[in-house]
Design a protein around this ligand. Structure first.
Ligand SMILES: NC(=O)c1ccc[n+]([C@@H]2O[C@H](COP(=O)([O-])OP(=O)(O)OC[C@H]3O[C@@H](n4cnc5c(N)ncnc54)[C@H](O)[C@@H]3O)[C@@H](O)[C@H]2O)c1
Length: 273
């Protein structure tokens, strides 16, 4: 007779976020909202830290202002959470910065724009994870860090899907057409390297670090773009905002307890051809 490996209670506890404190940096955005809702539904106390002010509090989610470009702002975010909760278990780095002139062509890209993207998407990730790791070690917490990368951190953007797109009103008042700048790809690849460094150097402290690399979410992009995008995806659709909720719960919970240094790619198969 085969023995059951999991009974339902064990299975529930595998994904349970009860007694876990989660900090989501860059969490007032669209995916951040999904992640906060999911993790709080599974029992976590969630703190959302973002440069955008949001004082809303719902269920177990709390919003605090934080600019990851400033160490002092990161310090006070940690201080505020620790004052109330005494510990942080999971840190999710979800920040995505699109400063002025973000969509300029590579040939015309300005150094100051490049630096702003690097500062928020990558340097902020270094500062946040360094601050978290110091605390995990001090408190002897089995800390868990999750970085949000992208398929474009793994493979280059395909320029053909952007061909013929016109500047749109919702992209900086119609000055630019949709594209994926090199600064985005570079920071998203950088996060994979940073995560692997943390995994190999801090595994001995029971600290885990993984990356979630999503594919593009449908967000009312032009029809022609969506058509070309779908053609590149074996599942023949763009993602829904909720498509990554299972992955974030898996990575944040004990269900992934033996996983570190990995990159979980969820992209409808985009990177599989
Ligand atoms: N949406 C997609 O199609 C998609 C696809 C692949 C990967 N991703 C990744 O998923 C993550 C979330 O994406 P999203 O579409 O929800 O993004 P979003 O733009 O809705 O959210 C990003 C958040 O980061 C915050 N932020 C920017 N600069 C900051 C700073 N200096 N300090 C603190 N917060 C700052 C913004 O205010 C915003 O709330 C990003 O890291 C993105 O690269 C998204």
């Amino acid at each position: 007779m085969t023995k059951k490996i999991f009974n339902s209670n064990q299975f529930n506890s595998l994904f349970s976020m009860h007694n876990k404190v989660v900090a989501i940096f860059g969490g007032t955005g669209k995916l951040g909202e999904e992640f906060a809702k999911t993790l709080s539904n599974y029992g976590a106390k969630v703190y959302v830290l973002d440069i955008k002010n949001k004082t809303k509090k719902n269920n177990e989610t709390f919003y605090l202002k934080c600019d990851v470009q400033k160490q002092s702002s990161i310090n006070s975010a940690f201080k505020n959470i620790l004052k109330k909760e005494k510990k942080i278990d999971v840190v999710i780095y979800n920040v995505y910065s699109k400063p002025n002139n973000y969509y300029k062509s590579f040939e015309n890209y300005q150094l100051k724009t490049w630096k702003k993207v690097i500062d928020s998407n990558l340097t902020g990730a270094f500062l946040v994870s360094q601050t978290a790791i110091r605390r995990f070690i001090k408190d002897k917490i089995k800390g868990n860090i999750i970085f949000l990368s992208s398929t474009y951190g793994v493979v280059g953007p395909d320029p053909s899907i952007y061909e013929g797109l016109k500047p749109r009103k919702n992209i900086y008042g119609g000055r630019f057409a949709l594209n994926t700048p090199a600064a985005y790809s570079s920071t998203k690849s950088g996060l994979i390297g940073l995560s692997k460094y943390i995994a190999t150097n801090f595994g001995k402290f029971n600290i885990r670090s993984n990356v979630l690399s999503p594919g593009g979410v449908y967000d009312y992009q032009e029809k022609i773009f969506v058509k070309k995008y779908k053609n590149k995806v074996p599942l023949k659709r763009m993602a829904h905002w909720s498509d990554y909720n299972g992955a974030i719960l898996f990575l944040a919970s004990d269900a992934s307890r033996y996983m570190t240094g990995s990159n979980l790619i969820i992209d409808g198969g985009w990177t599989s051809w």
